[in-house]
Design a protein. Structure first.
Length: 186
């Protein structure tokens, strides 16, 4: 991991831990989870918001005012709103995307869930996703939330990543293995 990325990750982790602990004390973790989804969607949808959180030109006051307005509009929990205010005051809003990822991970860990990144050649049906989640739950022993993506270059099959483990059953990977084997023979 590069040094700036690791610094950003460390900053985000400290803020995420504080916000999560405060939300847990207030018994508002479920509301915090929906806030994270709403805030992530707002960041994805608004180029102005992305520019504002990354801008070194805007003053702390301007960033704090903008985040307060976003917080009111999205009806964010006080712990999250206060955390964003502190981040604006300390000029740390640039780590907001990592903060949301860290908070999501903390909530999933608290619920006993794990996220599986699944890439397939075609979009999975609801039945396929449910069957895959059940299979992974039996193998891992925790509830599995599937984060699905489509990559047509796989041709067929799946690539499943859970934590540091990866299972690649794609046809593309099998063809690559066959091609390597053919090179060794020839």
């Amino acid at each position: 991991m590069s040094e700036p990325a690791s610094i950003s990750s460390g900053i985000a982790e400290r803020y995420a831990t504080a916000i999560f602990e405060l939300s847990k004390e207030d018994k508002s973790v479920a509301k915090l989870e929906s806030n994270i989804t709403d805030l992530a969607a707002a960041i994805d949808a608004s180029e102005d918001l992305r520019d504002m959180i990354a801008s070194p030109v805007l003053s702390r006051t301007e960033q704090a005012a903008a985040m307060a307005a976003v917080g009111q509009k999205l009806k964010l929990e006080p712990a999250l709103q206060n955390g964003l205010a502190v981040m604006a005051d300390k000029r740390r809003l640039f780590v907001l995307p990592q903060l949301l990822q860290q908070l999501t991970a903390l909530i999933a860990e608290d619920k006993g869930e794990v996220t599986a990144d699944v890439t397939s050649a075609k979009a999975l049906t609801k039945a396929q996703s449910e069957k895959l989640a059940k299979t992974l739950k039996a193998r891992i022993g925790k509830d599995v939330k599937i984060n699905a993506a489509v990559d047509e270059s796989l041709i067929g099959g799946l690539v499943v990543k859970v934590g540091s483990k990866m299972i690649d059953t794609s046809i593309r990977s099998r063809l690559d293995s066959l091609q390597n084997a053919m090179k060794e023979v020839g």
